[in-house]
Design a protein around this ligand. Structure first.
Ligand code: NAI
Ligand code: MG
Length: 364
C-alpha cells in the first residue's frame, strides 16, 4: 500500500518542525507500506516564489493526496503586503475551501502526551485535569466567520447562518468519532438556543440526525456559555465529543487547549468526513496542522518545539490512514521523551528541535 502525503512546511519554524515530523513518518515505512511524499510551497514562501499564497497546482495535489501535513504560514515580511485570502495565511483558507474540510478536531486528554507536561504548565490544578478526555469538533466552514458582512463607520454586522445540510454533516462526523470508542462516547452539542435562531436550528438538526442515524450514541445539549464555565471548573464532565459551531468551537477549543498544554504540543485535524462515512461523496480529505503559528522570532535557531507537528502525524494515522496502533506508538514515544525531561526551551528545557525529533525516533 502506498499513501500519498502532501507536505507543506510553509514559513518561519514550519520547515524545522516539519522536517522532524517527516523523519517520524518515515519510521513507519516498510515494503508493505510506503509513503509517497510530495513537498510544496504555501504562504509567504509561495508568494515569493510564485506570486500566489497557494497555487492551483498545490490545491490539486491536496485533492489527489491521502492526507496533508501543514506546518505554519506567515510572518512580518508578508503581513502588511496582503490580507485575507491572498495573504500568507490565506493559502490555508483557500486549501480548506478546496478540500471542503468542514470539521476541525482538537483532542484534549489527561493521558495525551502533552498532558504529561500539564502538571508544570497548565494553569489548572492537577485534580481538575485528571481524567479529562474529550475531542472538540468545530464546524469550520460556515457560521459567523463566513457569513455576509456589513462594515460601516458606525455600524457593523456579521451574518451567523447555518443550513440544515451544514449542521447534518458535522453532526454525523461527530457521531462517527464517538463510535470509534468502546463504549461510544456521548456527543455534547453546544449552542445558544435560548437566544440565537441559528442555534435553534442547530439543536433541532443535531437532535434529528442523532436520533435517526445514531440512536446508540448519547446526545447532550449544553448551552455554550455554561460549557465554558464547566470547562474551567470540572472539564471531566464534558468528556466525549464536544460538537460546536464555528464561533463557539473556536472559543471552547482554545480554552480546552489551555487544560493540557502549551502551543508547541497541541495538534489538530481538519476533515471532510471519516473513512467509512457512507454519505461522503468524495474521498475523505484530512489536513493536519499544529495549533501554533510560524513563530518567526525563533525561526532558524533549532529551538522550536516539534512535538505538535509530530503529534499531527499520529492524528493523520488515526483519522486518515486507519493506523490506530501506530498513532498510539507515536503518542507513547512523545510522552516518554517529554517525561524524560528532554524538551525544547518553550518547555523549560535545553534540547534542540532536531534532538527532540531524534529522541522520539529512538523511543519508537
Ligand atoms: P505563534 O503561534 O507563531 O507564536 C506564539 C508564541 O508561541 C510565540 O512566543 C512563539 O515563539 C511561541 N511558539 C509557537 N509555536 C512554538 C513552537 N513550536 N515551539 C516553541 N515556541 C512556539 O503565533 P503568533 O506569534 O501570533 O504569530 C506568528 C506568525 O504566525 C504570524 O505571522 C501569524 O500570522 C502566523 N500564524 C500562522 C498560523 C497558521 O499558519 N495556521 C496560525 C497562527 C499564526
Ligand atoms: Mg482560535
Amino acid at each position: 500500500q502506498t499513501f500519498k502525503i502532501l507536505v507543506l512546511p510553509g514559513d518561519g519554524i514550519g520547515p524545522e518542525v516539519m522536517s522532524e515530523a517527516v523523519k517520524v513518518l518515515k519510521v513507519f515505512e516498510s515494503p508493505e507500506r510506503m509513503f509517497e511524499i510530495r513537498q510544496e510551497l504555501i504562504g509567504g514562501c509561495s508568494i515569493d516564489a510564485t506570486g500566489k499564497t497557494v497555487t492551483e497546482d498545490v490545491k490539486q495535489a491536496a485533492l489527489d493526496s491521502d492526507a496533508v501535513l501543514f506546518a505554519a504560514a506567515g510572518g512580518p515580511k508578508w503581513d502588511n503586503q496582503r490580507r485575507g485570502l491572498d495573504g500568507p495565511e490565506g493559502g490555508l483558507l483557500q486549501l480548506r475551501k478546496a478540500m471542503d474540510i468542514y470539521a476541525n478536531l482538537r483532542p484534549c486528554s489527561s493521558t495525551s502526551p502533552s498532558a504529561s507536561i500539564a502538571k508544570e504548565f497548565s494553569p489548572f490544578r492537577q485534580d481538575i485535569i485528571e481524567g479529562v478526555d474529550f475531542v472538540v469538533v468545530r464546524e469550520n466552514c460556515g457560521g459567523a466567520y463566513f457569513g455576509r458582512k456589513v462594515e460601516e463607520e458606525t455600524y457593523a454586522m456579521d451574518e451567523w447562518g447555518y443550513s440544515e445540510a451544514e449542521i447534518q454533516r458535522v453532526t454525523r462526523l461527530s457521531a462517527e468519532v464517538a463510535l470509534r470508542h468502546d463504549p461510544p462516547w456521548p456527543v455534547i452539542s453546544l449552542d445558544k438556543a435560548n437566544v440565537l435562531a441559528s442555534s435553534r436550528l442547530w439543536r433541532r438538526v443535531v437532535e434529528k440526525t442523532m436520533s435517526a442515524e445514531y440512536p446508540q450514541v448519547k446526545l447532550v445539549h449544553q448551552l455554550a456559555d455554561s460549557a465554558s464555565l464547566i470547562m474551567a471548573t470540572n472539564p471531566r464532565s464534558l468528556n466525549g465529543v464536544i460538537l460546536a459551531d464555528n464561533t463557539f468551537g473556536d472559543m471552547i477549543s482554545d480554552q480546552a487547549g489551555s487544560i493540557v498544554g502549551t502551543l508547541g504540543v497541541l495538534p489538530s485535524a481538519s476533515l471532510n468526513g471519516l473513512p467509512g462515512d457512507k454519505t461522503l461523496k468524495t474521498r475523505p480529505y484530512g489536513l493536519y496542522e499544529p495549533t501554533h503559528g510560524s513563530a518567526p522570532t525563533i525561526a532558524g535557531q533549532n529551538i522550536a518545539n516539534p512535538v505538535a507537528m509530530i503529534l499531527c502525524v499520529a492524528l493523520m494515522f488515526r483519522y486518515s490512514l486507519n493506523m490506530e496502533a501506530e498513532a498510539q506508538r507515536i503518542e507513547n514515544a512523545v510522552r516518554k521523551v517529554l517525561d524524560s525531561g528532554l524538551r525544547t526551551p518553550d518547555l523549560g528545557g535545553k534540547a534542540g528541535t532536531i534532538e527532540v525529533g531524534d529522541a522520539i525516533i529512538s523511543a519508537l
